[in-house]
Design a protein around this ligand. Structure first.
Ligand SMILES: [Zn+2]
Length: 325
């Protein structure tokens, strides 16, 4: 989620029409890769693909995959309720809308026949089926609003719950430190069911997810946090084998065991009893923790903050203003 942030570039893709003028913009169409299959035009500027209706139009790539050409605001209207509960306060949904919109502006890629995929690899997008009135209202209330830093768009990232301190992008993903993604204290996300968690993993399942190149350490018998970053997350993890020990980057370890299995790298305790097949891990937060803490936005919104104030907290030094300025 941290590619350079070029201005969105118009290409051949154009939306044929838009069904709901309340959530449309004057910008060129986005190109969202839906996948292989058959699409058929529907009424009012929609089309059907694999049992779902989508706004805008479609084109077929040479390899048979269908690309949805969709208006930016219509796209954001479907993404917001997929990425955040539409039952959450309006200010949180407005915050998510601005994040989702800004994220798109970093994804334009003239070198590819599409800009985005409709999954968590970019943002979850389910067409009209994904829309919700509360989210549509939040998208409309923030129409055209984006997050900027200096002369460009801010590089936006978000995750569910930071556990009390957001993560620096440079710690999570490497690269140079980004001034507004350095990590901040968050006191608003304790309502999350994953603010604190514990889980029990088997050593065998952890070992089976590790690359074969680590097999020389022998059977995995323990793991330890070797180094933490400024947010408290595990930067380096020591894997203790029967023959040898090795250290791995925390982010690589979480990728290997699976981000759903290891909810975050904010690991507060690791406990392994001798000869037990299991290892008990306690931690905080859900997700990478960089940028917006969504449960923090929920908490700040309940406390009366608006979207601009929430974004200023999680992306310090950025400003919200109009895309078309
Ligand atoms: Zn938080």
């Amino acid at each position: 989620m941290l590619a350079p942030a070029p201005l969105f570039v118009a290409r051949a893709a154009r939306a044929q029409s838009d069904a709901d003028p309340a959530i449309t913009s004057a910008r060129p169409a986005l190109r969202v890769l839906l996948g292989p299959g058959e699409a058929s035009p529907g009424a009012d500027g929609t089309f059907a693909f694999q049992g779902r209706l989508y706004r805008g139009s479609f084109t077929r790539l040479d390899d048979g995959q269908i690309v949805n050409l969709v208006d930016l605001e219509a796209y954001v209207g479907s993404v917001v309720p997929a990425e955040m509960s539409p039952r959450w306060p309006a200010a949180a949904l407005e915050t998510q809308s601005i994040c989702a919109r800004t994220y798109v502006l970093q994804r334009s890629n003239p070198g590819r026949p599409y800009d985005l995929v409709p999954s968590e690899l970019d943002q979850v997008y389910r067409g009209i089926e994904g829309e919700s009135p509360n989210a549509t209202a939040a998208v409309s209330a923030t129409a055209g609003k984006v997050l900027r830093f200096s002369a460009g768009f801010a590089q936006v990232a978000y995750s569910s719950c930071c556990g009390g301190h957001t993560e620096a992008s440079s710690d999570a993903w490497g690269g140079i430190p980004i001034p507004y993604l350095g990590g901040v204290v968050c006191t608003s996300c304790s309502d999350s069911p994953y603010f604190r968690w514990s889980s029990s993993l088997t050593l065998e399942s952890i070992a089976s997810s590790l690359p074969a190149s680590l097999a020389s350490i022998g059977d995995l018998v323990d793991l330890r946090i070797a180094q933490r970053d400024a947010s408290g997350r595990a930067r380096v993890i020591e894997l203790v084998g029967r023959n040898d020990s090795v250290t791995v980057q925390g982010s690589a370890f979480r990728r290997a065991v699976g981000p759903r299995t290891l909810r975050s790298l904010l690991i507060t305790a690791v406990q392994h009893w001798p000869d037990s097949p299991d290892i008990d891990i306690e931690g905080g937060g859900l997700g990478h923790g960089v940028g917006l803490c969504q449960w923090g936005a929920h908490g700040m919104a309940l406390a009366g903050a608006g979207a601009a104030g929430i974004l200023a907290h999680y992306f310090p030094g950025t400003v919200v203003n109009d895309l078309e300025r």
